[in-house]
Design a protein around this ligand. Structure first.
Ligand code: SAH
Length: 565
């Protein structure tokens, strides 16, 4: 009769976590070989099979016994906890077979049946701590030199792997976990989340949430797996969660910046990707070593491949070379001016792009040379400056000190706002200041509301005269200022094929009451909007805002596409 060896991983210990294939293999076997405790764990499934029990240290003899019985024609199940291929019996069975000249396909048959390994079962009890690149390291130095284990811990720690420590400690092996913690602390924040799981899905199950610095204060033993988070892992109540990826961007007041689906794959939003960091091979560098003179201009030989940006970069590099301390001095003078910049964990900050919206002012539309130079310097090689429909420049820069960066921008008179789902106040230029009467009101509204977080970006347009040439009536909320009075427009649908101006809900409101009025409307939207609900939808749903009723727009006329009638 053909003998078979089933190498069965039975999972963490509970019957429900045993796979169907593992169960069938146990039933189909006439002999089961395993460590005493494991036999006890699967006892409810046994139907009179021969049991070969051995102690923990007799793994080799268990494997030999299995091979011998299978060669005699028996159906033998060798059981391992978790997965038999993870510090389990699978490799050992093959080693014994290979030493006897066995080849794949020879008698006896071997089937390795996968099981749920401790890294997975323990992770499930903690939340979702694995999620990202992870590794398992066994701290048992019985069969592996400690030097090798220490190197692996070091490498995994440095490479920001989530780490599952198997065999972390036993009665005699107590120093390994202490040494492991020491190595990890050289690379990871002391507050890195750590989960300690003992006897997952078995009697005596224990789940402890702690941090790297405190982990040794808890009970760790042979039945324990220790899960070390990566730099992004966090606790949410009892849950230990590792995000799917690294934070790409952040802005004022927040640690994360939500990206719209289409934005995710842009190279500038993945500054760490290979595509973004690849050298620009075909570009040549402008000849900054030569002094260009207006009369005898030194043309770069391959001029067509050089962009304005290349020239600007070269000029800036030159300026930076001449005046290295100017920027630093400005930063120091302005440092820490903004208290609201989120505290970003060091590891996150290194990878993420800081982005803010900047403008020369609420009414002022003129950007000075000094401001432009500063923006270019801050954006540098890896950042960018983007002009948006909201009359703002979005500055993106990698920085380790966002507060100092904001301080520098404000020191040259730039207005700095967060990006994303916030209130934006977009005023006209008040005819370059000729119609300045409305400016204080626009500034007051900006001061109170701009940058507040909302479900969906809320644009408030403020125009200084009835011409409304900056299109206030096309915004979510429009304000048209006329001789100390204000016409109020609510609920514009600012985008889409059926975009529509806002409804004129009131005329000639005294300007003094408008900031309060708008504040009440915006606060209600902030408090009551559904997730992702735009302001025009919100207005339609609630029906009345501050006494102003929503009116449905007239139904669209469906024209004949061919005849146009
Ligand atoms: N083959 C097993 C690992 C065997 S090594 C697997 O894939 O899970 C033994 C180590 O596994 C233990 O020291 C412990 O670190 C871990 N382990 C196995 N079962 C566990 C359980 N139910 N709960 C917690 N840790 C477990």
């Amino acid at each position: 009769m053909t003998g078979t060896i089933y190498v069965v991983g039975f999972g963490p210990g509970h019957e429900e976590h045993l796979t169907g294939r593992a169960r069938n293999a146990l039933v189909a076997s006439d002999t089961i070989i395993g460590y005493n405790t494991y036999i006890d764990l699967i006892r409810p499934l046994l139907t009179g099979q021969e049991i070969v029990r051995t102690g923990m240290t007799e793994e080799v003899s268990r494997a030999q016994k299995a091979v011998q019985l299978a060669e005699e024609g028996h159906q033998v199940a060798v059981i391992s906890s978790g997965d038999a291929g993870v510090y389990g019996m699978a490799g050992l069975v093959y080693e014994v077979l290979v030493s006897r000249g066995w080849q794949s396909g020879d008698h006896p048959n071997v089937e390795v049946i996968p099981g749920i390994s401790a890294i997975q079962s323990c992770a499930s009890l903690l939340g979702a701590p694995v999620m990202h690149d992870a590794c398992t390291i066994s701290l048992s130095d019985h069969l592996t030199p400690w030097e090798v284990i220490a190197k692996r811990i070091e490498a995994a720690a440095a490479a920001d792997f989530v780490i599952a420590l198997y065999n972390p400690k036993s009665g005699r092996r107590t120093r390994q976990i202490v040494e492991t913690q020491r190595i990890l602390l050289e690379h990871r924040d002391p507050n890195t989340p750590v989960g300690i799981v003992k006897s997952a899905y078995r009697k005596g199950e224990q789940v402890v949430r702690t941090t790297l610095v405190d982990m040794l204060e808890h009970d760790i033993g042979m039945l324990t797996t220790v899960l070390i988070g990566n730099s992004q892992t966090f606790f949410h109540g009892p849950l230990m969660i590792t995000p799917r990826g690294y934070e790409r961007k952040y802005t004022l007041d927040t640690v994360t910046q939500r990206l719209r689906p289409g934005e995710r794959l842009h190279v500038e939003n993945e500054p760490w990707s290979l595509a973004a960091t690849a050298p620009k091979a075909s570009r040549s560098t402008p000849p900054i070593s030569e002094t260009p003179s207006p009369t005898h201009r030194q043309e770069p030989s391959n001029r067509s491949t050089l962009t304005a940006r290349d020239w600007a970069d070269a000029a800036l590099a030159r300026i930076a070379g001449l005046r290295p301390s100017t920027a630093e001095a400005t930063a120091r003078a302005a440092g820490g001016a903004i208290g609201s910049v989120a505290t970003i964990p060091a590891q996150t900050r290194q990878a993420a792009m800081f982005e803010v919206a900047v403008s020369p002012g609420v009414a002022n539309k003129r950007i000075t040379t000094e401001q432009l130079l500063l923006l270019a310097e801050i954006a540098g090689e890896t950042g960018s400056v983007e002009y948006t429909p909201a009359h703002q420049l979005i500055l993106r820069a990698r920085t380790l000190d966002a507060a100092a960066l904001v301080g520098r921008l404000e020191a040259v008179g730039l207005v700095v706002q967060p990006v994303g789902e916030v209130v934006r106040v977009k005023a006209c230029d008040f005819c370059d200041g000729d119609k300045a009467e409305g400016i204080p009101y626009a500034e007051e509204i900006h001061r109170r509301l701009a940058g507040l977080g909302v479900e969906k970006e809320l644009r408030i347009g403020f125009n200084g005269c009835a011409m409304s040439c900056y299109g206030a009536v096309h915004e979510d909320i429009g304000i048209v200022f006329r001789k100390g009075k204000v016409d109020l427009f609510l609920g514009g649908k600012t985008t889409g094929r059926n975009a529509m101006p806002a409804q004129r809900v009131a005329e000639a409101i005294p300007a003094e009451v408008v900031p309060d009025l708008l504040e009440r409307i915006v606060q209600r939207y902030r408090a009551e909007a559904f997730p992702n609900e735009r302001f025009h939808k919100f207005f339609q749903r609630v029906g009345v805002l501050e006494g102003y009723a929503h009116k449905d727009a007239p139904a669209a006329v469906v024209a004949d596409g061919v005849c146009g009638t």
